[in-house]
Design a protein around this ligand. Structure first.
Ligand SMILES: Cc1cc2nc3c(=O)[nH]c(=O)nc-3n(C[C@H](O)[C@H](O)[C@H](O)COP(=O)(O)OP(=O)(O)OC[C@H]3O[C@@H](n4cnc5c(N)ncnc54)[C@H](O)[C@@H]3O)c2cc1C
Length: 251
């Protein structure tokens, strides 16, 4: 990549908040208009920098949840960690019309576009759905029929991010199957899984390794590590498993 392009990508730019969408009681999407946005690939992230009145700065990474196909509306989806420094501000304080400093897009490994084909196996825990949603939105925007399965672990039904949109995408999107597991609280007669993702669940949901699915796993570090290990034990090629770790705790 040309030096000028790298410098453009890594310089801070301003995004203006165009819309705020409450996704769950703890999660909000921030839709930004970013002048001069260079475009991105599904799966990439940005760095967001906040500056306090006294000049103190804090910086965190957030995946881009919107598809590359809608660059004029760049969406980040943020989960509030109650003892966190940055996420409570983004989820609770930010208002439409405010500006945020951000730079990116960043990352060239955890990315998928329709040209990469499939079958596509997406596995998420909590806000780890965000970069995978960019892939699903991109797949839908391109009318792709690449066989795709999403296994998504949430604490409870009300914690499922993008619940309605996932349902809609599954209803209309050719070849998309979505499997939920609710680890803490399940509604009565819940038909889905009721435990943390384990090897037996992966064996039921995933395609056999000889179909060589392309796998993306994203979420809290312990989930990502245990899922990647279990997939390899099931015979999936390590080189086809891409992972993104969001944070140190299990949530
Ligand atoms: C590449 C990348 C992409 C990311 N994309 C997203 C995204 O799309 N949406 C999103 O909500 N977050 C995302 N994150 C996590 C995000 O960068 C922050 O770590 C998170 O918002 C917490 O920041 P904070 O300042 O609120 O908490 P901090 O002040 O940093 O931490 C507060 C407490 O929470 C713990 N903690 C920190 N991070 C996490 C975490 N992720 N999960 C559980 N506990 C944690 C810390 O150990 C500490 O105890 C991403 C991280 C990476 C590396």
């Amino acid at each position: 990549m040309a030096r000028a392009a790298v410098q453009r990508r890594l310089s801070w730019r301003l995004g203006e908040v165009a819309e705020l969408i409450d996704e769950t009681p703890r999660v909000r999407s921030v839709v930004l208009g970013v002048a001069g946005w260079p475009g991105h690939r599904a799966g990439q992230h940005v760095d967001v920098r906040l500056t306090a009145d006294d000049g103190y700065q804090a910086q965190r990474s957030y995946s881009i949840a919107s598809a590359p196909d809608t660059p004029e509306r760049l969406a980040l989806t943020v989960e509030r960690l109650d003892d966190g420094e940055v996420s409570p501000y983004l989820v609770g304080e930010l208002r439409v019309g405010d500006t945020l400093e951000l730079r990116g897009p960043i990352g060239g490994y955890f990315v998928w576009d329709v040209g990469m084909g499939g079958p596509l196996l997406l596995i998420a825990g909590g806000s780890g759905i965000c970069p995978l949603m960019a892939m699903l939105r991109h797949r839908a925007a391109r009318g792709s029929a690449v066989p795709t399965r999403l296994l998504y672990s949430s604490r409870s039904l009300e914690d499922v991010i993008y619940r309605d949109e996932l349902h809609r995408l599954m209803a209309t999107g050719k070849g998309l199957e979505v499997f939920h597991t609710l680890t803490r609280v399940q509604p009565p007669e819940w038909p889905g899984y009721r435990r943390r993702i384990d090897q037996d669940m992966l064996a039921e949901v995933t395609w056999p390794p000889d179909l060589h699915p392309l796998v993306f796993v994203c979420g809290p570090t312990p989930l990502v590590e245990s899922v990647a290990t279990a997939l390899v034990q099931l015979g999936h090629e390590p080189g086809r498993i891409k992972t993104e770790r969001f944070g140190p705790t299990g949530g």
